[in-house]
Design a protein around this ligand. Sequence first.
Ligand code: ARG
Length: 606
Amino acid sequence: GDVDSGSLVIDAEQTQLLEQASAQAQPFSKHQAMVTPATRSDFGDFQVNAAMGLAQALQLNPRECAQQIMTRLRPKIADVMEEPEIAGPGFVNLRFKTDYLTATVAAMANDASGRLALPAVAQKQKIVVDFSSPNIAKEMHVGHLRSTIIGDTLCRVLEFVGHDVVRLNHVGDWGTQFGMLVEHLRDEFPEALQPSQNPVDLGDLVVLYKAAKKRFDEDDEFKVRAREGVVKLQAGQPEELAAWETLCAASRVEFEKIYRMLNIQGLQERGESFYNPYLKDVVDELKAKGMAVESDGATVIYIDGYTNRDGSPLPMIVQKSDGGFNYATTDLAAIRQRTLLLSDEGGEQADRVLYVTDAGQSQHFEMVFQAAKQAGFAPTHARLEHVPFGLVQGEDGKKFATRSGETVKLKDLLHEAVKRAGHDLRSRNAATANVAYLEQIDRIAHIVGIGAVKYADLSMNRESNYRFSYDRMLSLNGNTAPYMLYSYARICGIVRKGSGQADDAVLEWPSSADIVISHETELELMRNLVRLPDVIAEVERDLYPHKICDYLFETSQKFNQFYEHCSVNQAETPELKASRLTLCVATAGTLRLLLNLLGIEVVERL
Ligand code: ARG
């Protein structure tokens, strides 16, 4: 059975029994039947809660059930867990053996690769992650920022686990708005319509977009031209195509600036236009399969379970009455490309495809996924998952905007965070004479400022709306990037001193010593550290990055409690000192790995 802990395995018979029972005893999910982390650390590390449900389903005494579970479990977990204990009505409590903890943590500390002795996944999957996906000639807004940050983190986690990850930027580079933009360029920047010329400076694209939109709304003659412009563009006319390419190139320059600041790597642009040649096929196939029908001149599909408020079936348009295809058609074509086409045909054959967008698009994706499966555009085993997130709001919970009510430019937002972080660093280090540090202060301000923006976003349950606050994200207290970065740097300082390394040299991590336990807090820290693989596995499965932040925060708190009670550099014996240094190394490694998975670099001195 699939069990939460990397090291616990329940045999097939046990799993079957539990599944049978859970099928009978509703509400009782399969997951609950298995092993879960203990709700309180004095109960142990894990608990099996199955006995109560099992007892009800099988008409047995719950404690007797617990006894049976224990008997079956005992031989399988004997190397890792203490003798299980039954508590209350029939909980089975499991606690790590101290030997297991010390050996595991020493191995984590000893892995020079930075993987903390975590093995790569046995079953490698191909996973496409569709994220960031801003729109050409429009502002890349805070929603795209969230998508970029969350998507990048998920990619890093999945890749770390050992999967083959393809990062795709589904840029909005196609659609009717290009008609008005092209025609506006024809009047204002005629050189942009000449193919194979040097890049044309179009100025602020948002200003350009607004101007084109204004003409489109106010000038009927222009509107007609715009409509014809789209048709010509879609037919591949050279002038229109050149203008479109000019727009894409100009937007790309702006997007790249943001990606560079955020250190987003490996993101391939594969915009909506890429799927244009396949859209007609998609609709033809939907018609041939009897899924697509005419409705008011448009071609639509109906999907089981989706209705309007009044209960009538909700159509999903795949071809508009003017013959144009839309967002949904493009996504259907994209799914086929990603999950069905062989890689030598330019597709990915992905096992799993993730779409990181705002929660407002949930219904779109649900319908598209269902339609794709029904139409055979994706094999049944392919996992198509929408990864929704909430809105970014101002500190007051209202729309996120500048003081004068305008939309905030991402570039400005990121620069502001870096500026504030730099200001904090300089004022705190005003008396520092460490030249090496001072030389790096701009680089460090960048890490702290950008890290703060990322961490603030990632530490929230992504489905909730999130209130943007520079003060909160840059605070040294609480679950923030600066706090985590300081915790890391502090451990570096302790190790530096404990192992007698010079203050201005790059830290060398001492190799592991045997871990000796002298205080409860050492045990508590280790019980936390060995949970690392479970936390990563949970994010791999459920795609909630805040689980990483919660765990990071807990780890640093456990470390603080340990350090409060156990001096490293004044340890009573050399063995104890070496043991505690090993705990420091494992903790630092855990913080570093997880911050890196969040796209945040660490620094040894802050
Ligand atoms: N460009 C879209 C937007 O700005 C997001 C695209 C998401 N990906 C997709 N395959 N539909 O909202």
